[in-house]
Every structure is written in structure tokens, then in C-alpha cells.
Design a protein around this ligand. Structure first.
Ligand code: DP6
Length: 395
């Protein structure tokens, strides 16, 4: 428990994950049960993380939540589902012990991200994973908790683990077999890197919850996808285990393309990719053509930002080409165009540039985040890390 609090409190961080087999579609909206399994890579928390402090006290008059500096309604059904489930499990566990009194006290929750919220950067995944992990620590809930995170936001269940993570679809109607499992730890493939190309940091036009509902209701292609995805999931898990980058990259790109084909097949159509996203896709294929094999893979969630997966040795070359074709804006307000893990100076790759016939554009990519595969949520023991003042209000 963090020491500076005059009440019982816990502070944790949780990572972002970017799927290579996407979750798209629910068979139960309230329990958040998916229509297909999915698989993601957990990213490094130095670059992308949610941080949450949770506290209980006799003196709190009601449950309250502050997100990124603003108080929000605690009545959101998803937050309520998470709180109820944590309290239910904690109650079950402590029924015979004395630690029960705090179960009847109110909670205060403060959470913030170190990256733009709702920029299509899986902020809800990191946020709900962090909330559930912190509450589980506070109330001493043990055992599997990814199924609780799932009830906050589906993709959040995968942020409960580090490395490469599968969300098992499950078959039971009550959702008890729909949770995340680690396929390989973050240490398994240390050369794996991610470059997040931030095309837009605006809130997305069609949220993923709404988008997938419309796809399920209207897309014919969706039925085909649901049958195909389990096979791709097994194949990519095997590629990860074998560290077979080529297979990993091919499945990742085809899977992302299929998701966006389903979006276009949705009625009315949903278009998450913009012209810059499409140019990024073309650039990646040009680079792979030059290198003679798939060395870079793109994937897009419900927005125009790209996540490129590649190996460490290829980062300087790919980044050089990204910067050549997507020149930084003159003044974009960012301290630097590329943030995150430092990249060594590269040569000019002039022959690559002359072999790639694409237009150059300036300012289309706002900035790039360079990160790697990272661990799951962490408890911060330093009291300075708490997001609470001593009276239980946010700092
Ligand atoms: C495109 O987890 O945000 O990022 O369960 O409705 O909260 P809800 O949806 P959410 O959907 C994420 C969709 C995706 C693909 C993925 O991360 O697998």
C-alpha cells in the first residue's frame, strides 16, 4: 500500500496492446463476449501506459472517478460491472476473514495516460486493465482477472499480460471461459519492435463498440471472417513460437486488411483508413519488395494510425524511409518527430529511395512512437507515484 495515503490505496500501471488478430464483433454485448479469438502484442510501458491510483476510506461519501484530470460519471455500466465483479469476488474470498469492512467503503479512482486518449491508441484497453489490476490488488482478489477487465472493454483483457497474448473466445454463455492467456513472454522475441505512426490524434468518428455492432448486423463478409480467424490465430501463434517473422508479418497484414474490408462491407460503410494510412500500406509493401521478403508488417485498429511491427535490425532503415516519404511538419508542437527507444543514426539509403515511387507528403504523420514488447501491469510501491492528495482527491 502506498505510504503517503491517509487511507488505503494502491497505484499501478498497465500497458497498451495492439492486436495482430483483431477482435471485431460481440455475441454478448453486456458480458462482452467476442465472436472470434484474438491475439495481441503488449507494448512497452515507458512509451505507452495507463497509470491508476485506487483508494478506499470510511470517510469517502460515494464512489468517484477522475480520468485524465476530469471527474467522470461512475455510473457508466462498464465501470459499474467491473466494480461489482471485483467486490463480489473480494467478498467471496474474505467472507470468513476480518478484512471485510473495506468492501463496504467507497472507492476513489484516479487514472491518466502518458499518451493522447482516444487517439486510436487502445487507451481503453490500458485504462480498464489498470483499473481492474489496481482494484484487485486493493481488495486482495486473486486468480484470473482478465475476464473482469474484459467486461470493461474487450481488448483490455489482453493488457493484463505481457508479451504475446491470446484472448480465448470461450464457448460458455456466462463468459467464464472467455479470458486472456499469455502465448509467449516479452523475453521470448527480444528483437521485436513496434513503430506507431500517429496519423491523427483526434477522437475517432465511429467508435469500435458501435462499429463492430453494425458489422455484425450487416456485413456478409463478417460471416466468412469469423470462420477464418481461428485458423489464422493458430498459425500466428506457431509463427511467434518459431520466431518466424515472415509468416507473422503476412498474417498480420492480411488480417488487418480483412478487418478493414469487413468495415467497408458494413452498411453504411465504415472507413477507418485515410489517404495517409493507404500510403503507409503502399510504402510497407515497397520496402518488403526491395528487401525481397516481408520484413515489416502494418496493422490498423479502428482509426487511421498505423502500428508497424519489425525487427530491431530493420528499424533505422524503415524509419529513414518513413521520414523521407512523410516529412515532419515544420512545427508540429512535438518535441521530436520520433519518440521512445532511441534509434542509431542511419546511412541515407539512397538506392531504396530511388526504387520507391511514391509521393512525398509533409505533416501527414504527426509523430512516431518507437517501442518494444513489454510486460503486464506493475504495482508502483513509491508513495510519490500516488495520484492522490492526502485528502483522497486527485493531484
Ligand atoms: C479494432 O475493446 O475498444 O482495436 O469491447 O466495445 O470496448 P469494446 O471494444 P474495444 O475494441 C477494440 C477493437 C480493435 C481490435 C482489437 O484490439 O482487437
Amino acid at each position: 500500500m502506498s505510504g503517503s495515503c491517509k487511507f488505503e490505496c494502491v497505484t499501478c500501471t498497465a500497458p497498451v496492446n495492439i492486436a495482430v488478430i483483431k477482435y471485431w464483433g460481440k455475441k454478448d454485448e453486456s458480458l462482452i463476449l467476442p465472436t472470434n479469438p484474438s491475439l495481441s502484442v503488449t507494448l512497452g510501458q515507458d512509451e505507452l501506459r495507463a497509470k491508476t491510483s485506487v483508494a478506499v476510506s470510511e470517510s469517502f461519501k460515494e464512489d468517484r472517478i477522475w480520468l485524465n484530470g476530469r471527474e467522470e460519471s461512475i455510473e457508466s455500466p462498464r465501470i459499474q460491472n467491473v466494480l461489482k465483479e471485483i467486490r463480489r469476488r473480494a467478498h467471496k474470498r474474505s467472507a470468513d476473514s476480518k478484512g471485510e469492512s473495506k468492501l463496504f467503503q467507497h472507492v476513489h479512482i484516479v487514472s491518466e495516460n502518458n499518451f493522447p486518449t482516444a487517439a486510436g491508441l487502445a487507451s481503453s484497453a490500458a485504462g480498464y486493465a489498470c483499473l481492474v489490476y489496481s482494484l484487485a490488488k486493493l481488495f486482495a482478489v486473486q486468480g484470473e482477472i482478465s475476464d473482469i477487465a474484459r467486461q470493461g472493454s474487450g481488448s483490455a483483457c489482453r493488457s493484463i499480460y505481457g508479451g504475446f497474448v491470446k484472448w480465448k473466445m470461450g464457448e460458455r454463455e456466462d463468459g467464464t471461459d472467455s479470458y486472456a492467456v499469455q502465448v509467449a513472454p516479452e523475453s521470448h522475441w527480444p528483437e521485436m519492435r513496434a513503430l506507431i505512426l500517429v496519423v491523427s490524434d483526434q477522437k475517432k468518428l465511429v467508435g469500435s463498440t458501435e462499429g463492430m455492432q453494425t458489422s455484425i448486423a450487416t456485413s456478409e463478409l463478417m460471416k466468412h471472417r469469423i470462420n477464418l480467424v481461428p485458423k489464422w490465430t493458430d498459425e500466428i501463434i506457431e509463427a511467434i513460437k518459431q520466431k518466424d517473422f515472415t509468416t507473422f508479418a503476412k498474417i498480420t497484414m492480411r488480417e488487418s486488411n480483412q478487418l478493414h474490408a469487413v468495415c467497408l462491407d458494413t452498411y453504411p460503410p465504415i472507413m477507418y483508413l485515410n489517404d495517409t494510412s493507404k500510403l503507409i500500406i503502399r510504402l510497407v509493401h515497397c520496402i518488403n519488395d526491395i528487401l525481397g521478403v516481408e520484413k515489416v508488417a502494418y496493422t490498423f485498429d479502428a482509426g487511421p494510425n498505423a502500428c508497424l511491427y519489425l525487427l530491431e535490425e530493420d528499424v533505422p532503415r524503415v524509419l529513414h524511409l518513413v521520414k523521407h516519404f512523410f516529412l515532419p511538419a515544420q512545427s508540429n508542437g512535438q518535441p521530436s518527430f520520433v519518440t521512445g527507444i532511441p534509434v542509431p543514426e542511419s546511412e541515407a539509403f539512397t538506392s531504396d529511395i530511388s526504387n520507391i515511387h511514391l509521393p512525398q507528403s509533409q505533416g501527414a504523420i504527426k509523430y512516431v512512437i518507437h517501442t518494444k514488447v513489454g510486460p503486464g501491469p506493475q504495482v508502483l510501491t513509491d508513495p510519490q507515484e500516488s495520484l492522490f492528495h492526502e485528502d483522497g482527491t486527485p493531484k
